[in-house]
Design a binder for this molecule. Sequence first.
Ligand code: HEC
Length: 235
Amino acid sequence: MSDQILGPGGGSPPQKYRVEAEPDPAALVAPTMREMSEPTDGIAPTPVWLLLFFFVLAGWSGYYIARNAAGFRGDIYNEHFVKGMPVQKPPPVDPLVLGRQTFNVCMQCHQDTGKGIAGTYPPLVGSPIVLGDPATPVRILLHGLQGDVTVEGATYNGQMPSWDRFSDEQIAAVLTYVRQAWTNTAPPVDSALVTAIRKQTGERTQPWTWPELQVAAKTPPPPLAAPAQPKPAKP
Ligand code: HEC
């Protein structure tokens, strides 16, 4: 350690070179301006740009998958490459399998056994409504049923909900299932009948009542959609 004692301004250039100037106020506050805000505890909201970024990313991913999924076929690597290839049709669904699946929604009221609950939910097994002209159960499923209805000697007065959100195939399938489950044996229901009745009763908003259904049963059945005819060749 050196014993040299430094005078005032030790180490700085000799006094005579010092230029005295007015202190610059900006320079005085500069150190405080430089300080950052105190870090805080807690959860900061997600920045909007990040949210937007994820939305855009999610949207783009969906678009990309939709564009490039090639119908999820295992044998297509690049769908644009094989555009001309015929797309295989999925095998037709067995109406009894679809019907059994759809029946899950009916079960809570009409029960797994199809016997319903005495006094509350009418039975489907052995019911003449189920086994008779299929147009009536189709109407019931499309718009629901309310008011007194008598099934196998017992009168019910409940609310059967409408199932019009089901497709024509699904309604036909569940009725086909119900007409052939348990001890029931009635012919299957054609989805073309559901299509036709849906069209004929499209304006209806209220559930049917049993007297209304009997009037409807007497009106001529709607013409079923004819299967597409090949166009006659021009001579
Ligand atoms: C929320 C309970 C409920 C559900 C779910 C329900 N039903 Fe019903 N269903 C009823 C009630 C109640 C009646 C009697 C309505 C009345 O009293 O006017 C009825 C009546 C019927 C009838 C006519 C009466 C008979 O027993 O033949 C048929 C057919 C029928 N339902 C089929 C179905 C089918 C098929 C499904 C499923 C798609 C279904 N129901 C789902 C409550 C329900």
